[in-house]
Design a protein around this ligand. Sequence first.
Ligand SMILES: *[C@@H]1O[C@H](CO)[C@@H](O)[C@H](O)[C@H]1NC(C)=O
Ligand SMILES: *[C@@H]1O[C@H](CO)[C@@H](O)[C@H](O)[C@H]1NC(C)=O
Ligand SMILES: *[C@@H]1O[C@H](CO)[C@@H](O)[C@H](O)[C@H]1NC(C)=O
Length: 368
Amino acid sequence: MLVLLSLLLLCSSAFLSPALAVKATFFDGFLPNGNFEERPKATDLNKTTIKGKYSLPKWEISGLVEYISGGPQPGGMFFAVAHGVHAVRLGNEASISQSIPVKPGFLYSLTFGASRTCAQDEVLRVSVPPLSGDLPLQTLYSSNGGDTYAWGFRATSKVAKVIFHNPGIQEDPACGPLLDAVAIKELYPPMPTKFNMVKNGDFEEGPHLFNDSINGILLPPKQQDLTSPLPGWIIESLKAVKYIDAKHFNVHSGRAAVELVAGRESAIAQILRTVPGKIYNVTFTVGDARNGCHGSMMVEAFAGKETLKVPYKSHGKGGFKVASFKFTAVAPRTRLTFYSSFYHTRIDDFGSLCGPILDQIMVLPIRY
Ligand SMILES: *[C@@H]1O[C@H](CO)[C@@H](O)[C@H](O)[C@H]1NC(C)=O
Ligand SMILES: *[C@@H]1O[C@H](CO)[C@@H](O)[C@H](O)[C@H]1NC(C)=O
Ligand SMILES: *[C@@H]1O[C@H](CO)[C@@H](O)[C@H](O)[C@H]1NC(C)=O
């Protein structure tokens, strides 16, 4: 009887949406001591330098790692720490790492606050072996130093080793990127539906958003769709795109959208399964995030052999328009790509890159 009952339970649970059943347990939050507010013991510090491999609580360190409090520093520098009060600075060839339990085969994204401190060409290498990515920090996307990035990986075993490393060799050994908070989110892999062939076309599934992330989250370039922190989407080219949420920005639909902040230097793309010869209709919205980003904007969209240029006049006060075009598939795979034709900065802050926002991307076959 008991066996039968549990069988029945198993059967009935199969009718529940597996997505919902799994989603309820998806983790989303800081890594242990992910905001570095748990301090090393006073005896484990020499001024700001952390002594000993295991002296930074919950982390393992190697090389010259400094424990920093935000604000003016001895020697005249100023470090902005956007999330909390404390941060770590990774000197030449230094790294910090932590091993966390994960579910093999699942997609994750790390969200972290990072900024350069002295040299233009500082790079932060983030890796979860076997995957690794280099983030060039020379482009400051917001002028207050509080840039936040997301990077995605797929777990290959039950434990993931998250490593942040400074591969640089600067003249000043202490020079190097500042890391001020690290969070992780398990991502739900979106699928195409009969209502939309585009996966995650509304950008509702994306990286962890710090509750104080007023600047949005930068999605660095060269991320493939299989491991992207924006599930389903490839982030192409040389510079980042920005993931913005409805809490801090004007988002026309749902909880999130993408801001194309780096002109033609950054694009997002998705590969669609198509039937050669069939005609498809692409629709999407173009607007502004009500963040003072103003001017004559243009979003270019590409699919098959078709291109659509969508002009949008932004007053920086929030608004949007709907655009659509059709294309004939020439292959069983069609790449759908979007970028901004121009560069923009905010009316109140010429140091902050911004651009048009893209949302609600939909592709459906046209039936005659
Ligand atoms: C602290 O660092 C300085 C400079 O690197 C070094 O000369 C000194 O010996 C260190 N002190 C201790 C207690 O480790
Ligand atoms: C943001 O989250 C932190 C850590 O969970 C919390 O201490 C803080 O109060 C939150 N801030 C806001 C504005 O919700
Ligand atoms: C494409 O879809 C949009 C939105 O549903 C619609 O307004 C437009 O007429 C469609 N275009 C074609 C060619 O079917």
